[in-house]
Design a protein around this ligand. Sequence first.
Ligand SMILES: C[S@@+](CC[C@H](N)C(=O)[O-])C[C@H]1O[C@@H](n2cnc3c(N)ncnc32)[C@H](O)[C@@H]1O
Ligand code: SF4
Ligand code: SF4
Ligand code: SF4
Length: 300
Amino acid sequence: MDGMIFNVERFAIHDGPGIRTVVFLKGCPLRCAWCSNPESQRPERELFHSGKKCLGGVVCGICAAACPNGAVVNAAGVLTFRRELCVACGTCAALCPSRALEMQGRVRSSGDVLQELLADEPFYRNSGGGVTLSGGEPLLQAEFAAELLERCRALHLHTCVETAGHVPWHKLALAAPHVKEFLYDVKLLDSARHRAGTGVGSELILENLKRLSREFPHIPITVRTPVIPGFNDSEEDIGAIARFLAPLESVKGYDLLAYHSFGAAKYRALGRDYGMDETVRIPAERLSRLREIARLEQYR
Ligand SMILES: C[S@@+](CC[C@H](N)C(=O)[O-])C[C@H]1O[C@@H](n2cnc3c(N)ncnc32)[C@H](O)[C@@H]1O
Ligand code: SF4
Ligand code: SF4
Ligand code: SF4
């Protein structure tokens, strides 16, 4: 079966135990304003243009001359992308001499991806690592994800799934039997504020987490919350999440991730605006305090 993938990252160490290879699937039902992978959000292929790498319309302009749809305009050396005309054919990216243009998203078969994953099998074995499916929301492409995970398990590779949990239950249930560990985001309990920050309410995410814990109690879940300034960085919000998690027995850990703006340049490359302040940070003392609150609330 084929899936739409936008990246395969080797030697990852933050996406489950040990050394891992992370397969990033394209498409996400959320639109988190801070998302560090904006290229993951839309399900279709997209054109990525790095202004830093581009030679410019005066010395180059090959893309504008090559586009069959007039989606790149070169006006006296100034390039403009008319993305509404782009059909993501990839002609310009194939010709770009500086790799300033890249297509994000490629259809690949599970067998083809599996071959790539197997290249790092000795690293998984020696480090207690394995394969992680991420995104985007990897469970949107549940049939493909389940097939790839099942093939990994058949070869005794450890499997993790990083999910935001906002998918119909049957998609989660399809993949779960082939997952050794879940990394599950709970961003905020309050549904209206969750919707304001991510585009969707929190109900389905929380319901799926409880049901996952109930129906697949043997699969350990690490819950993660990205701590985002002005969205969920209060002691009340983090404490409320920790209290919600406390009775769920398969939740074996709760991690807080500090907000970062590493994805900001990617928004520009996709012709989109980054909706967050790039300079704002969560101070280390604040994060420590929130971690302390989470620990106290969870084990109260
Ligand atoms: C890119 S997401 C992919 C999985 C899934 N879409 C999700 O959100 O859980 C992987 C992790 O990165 C976190 N993340 C995304 N953008 C972030 C940012 N700007 N700062 C900190 N963590 C971020 C997410 O909250 C999630 O825990
Ligand atoms: S082909 Fe590439 S380097 Fe040349 S102008 Fe277009 S984006 Fe820039
Ligand atoms: S991907 Fe195709 S349609 Fe889009 S700008 Fe490039 S050549 Fe034009
Ligand atoms: S759920 Fe994850 S991939 Fe989707 S928009 Fe939010 S951070 Fe990005």
